[in-house]
Design a protein around this ligand. Structure first.
Ligand SMILES: *[C@@H]1O[C@H](CO)[C@@H](O)[C@H](O)[C@H]1NC(C)=O
Length: 200
């Protein structure tokens, strides 16, 4: 009997310790949800996951903060600060998938929308360097006549600075008429502030 009581007491102590630790860290704050992080990424054009945030001290109101995430619940504002965070390989590869999906729409404007205003495009099927939006659209119009679909064969991802990442490697385009072309690629992605999806 004594042993059972001891066990119970130890469990209660463990529970109390757990609750105190939670209160110390977040007070009545709810943990960051995937939906809250997704909404943040949409607004900021960022690629953060919940591991990229750290809890900040609880304030009466954090609506005035310009960085990080504020969740208001039960009369308490909970502020989570964004910390420097690299995109994962999966997140970088998803940017290529987004570009590939834009090719599938066969809409050159839609593809060009993924390029930054000052982007330079070194085309796969042409040696004419395109460094304006008009030239990128012009190349894409020709390129899309081939119904291209790209598959990455080999890649190397390099993080150059906060919000700047490169994906370099070899890919193969499947083109209409059972044609294939293998080529080198080099994408430089720069996180945009406005979330409009313009990664060059
Ligand atoms: C092509 O995409 C652009 C930008 O999304 C859109 O405004 C335009 O209507 C599209 N054109 C066609 C023919 O679907």
């Amino acid at each position: 009997m004594a042993r059972v009581l001891f066990f119970l007491a130890a469990s209660l102590l463990a529970l109390a310790g757990h609750a105190a630790a939670d209160r110390g860290l977040l007070g009545t704050c709810r943990p960051l949800t995937p939906a809250a992080v997704a909404a943040y990424n949409k607004a900021k054009g960022s690629f953060f996951d919940s591991a990229c945030f750290e809890p900040a001290p609880i304030e009466k109101s954090c609506g005035g903060y310009t960085s990080g995430l504020c969740i208001y619940a039960k009369g308490t504002s909970c502020h989570y600060k964004a910390k420097p965070c690299k995109p994962t390989d999966a997140q970088v590869l998803a940017l290529f998938a987004e570009w590939d999906a834009a090719l599938e729409t066969l809409n050159a404007t839609k593809v060009a929308d993924l390029y930054a205003p000052n982007a330079v495009l070194l085309p796969t099927l042409s040696n004419v360097v395109r460094d304006t939006r008009e030239e990128i659209i012009d190349y894409m119009e020709h390129f899309l006549h081939n119904y291209p679909y790209g598959t990455i064969n080999q890649y190397e991802i390099r993080h150059l600075a906060e919000g700047v990442v490169q994906n370099l490697g070899i890919y193969t385009f499947a083109l209409s008429g059972d044609r294939k072309v293998q080529a080198r690629f080099s994408y430089t992605y720069v996180r945009q502030a406005n979330g409009k999806g313009t990664w060059p």
